[in-house]
Design a protein around this ligand. Structure first.
Ligand SMILES: *Cc1c(COP(=O)(O)O)cnc(C)c1O
Length: 228
């Protein structure tokens, strides 16, 4: 896997995306593929961009900045997908296109203060309730989003979750379904600051299921670019 070129992996993934979309009558245009480059080198990241993938995901400030500064590609869109420390917001904020890990008010405050234009954010949800996972518990999501109404520079574009590392298809589907239902609940409120259209869910091992359950943004690392 890790020795295969990105193009070959991409073809495989694209055909799986098509299959999953077909199963549930969705259009592949609805799916944004984010290549998670957190495990790989700058060279491999450049190969990824050359393979035609412009959406890239990083989970740590250091790894992100190193690649961002070196690559300097105007086409590339960077997604911050990991825990973001409040004091590091200023270092990344005007360089990323979206933050997938908004999970607390102090972080929202800092993003709102530091950005020069409204920032697209996904609220991270801990659907499965695992202790080790980041994100808000489902029942806290709506009040949290309501509380963001006064932050002019935060746009809640969607919800994000990480499913547990299990093979049980039904349990995975349940997690994805719950996030989709929660998204619908937020959307129905028609908040101007929270259109909440998108679902960032699905990784290497579960992205087809996530697509079947409504994912709009899938984040794939190991199966696309490799894991070291
Ligand atoms: C690492 C990571 C991914 C990609 O994981 P793979 O299983 O390698 O595809 C996706 N999302 C987040 C938040 C991650 O940290």
């Amino acid at each position: 896997m890790i020795n295969m070129d990105v193009k070959t992996n991409l073809q495989q993934i694209q055909s799986s995306i098509e299959q999953a979309c077909k199963k549930v009558n969705r259009n592949t245009d609805e799916i944004t593929l984010i290549a998670v480059t957190k495990y790989v080198t700058i060279e491999r990241t450049e190969e990824t961009i050359n393979a035609g993938i412009i959406n890239l995901g990083e989970n740590r400030q250091e790894g992100f900045l190193e690649k961002y500064n070196y690559i300097q590609n105007e086409e590339a869109k960077w997604h911050f997908i990991g825990t973001l420390q409040t004091r590091k917001v200023k270092d990344v904020i005007n360089k990323v296109d979206a933050i997938h890990s908004l999970d607390r008010m102090s972080l929202a405050k800092e993003i709102n203060k530091r950005t020069s234009e409204p920032m697209d954010c996904f609220v991270q949800v801990n659907v499965s309730g695992e202790e080790t996972k980041h994100g808000l518990f489902p029942d806290k999501v709506l009040p949290f989003i309501e509380g963001l109404a006064n932050f002019n520079n935060i746009r809640v574009v969607g919800l994000m979750t990480m499913a547990p590392e299990i093979d049980d298809e039904q349990l995975l589907r349940d997690v994805f379904k719950k996030l989709a239902n929660l998204r619908d609940t937020v959307q129905e409120k028609k908040f101007t600051h929270a259109p909440c259209k998108y679902l960032s869910m699905g990784m290497s091992n579960d992205y087809q299921l996530a697509i079947e359950e409504g994912a709009t943004h899938i984040r794939i690392g190991s199966k696309l670019v490799g894991s070291e």
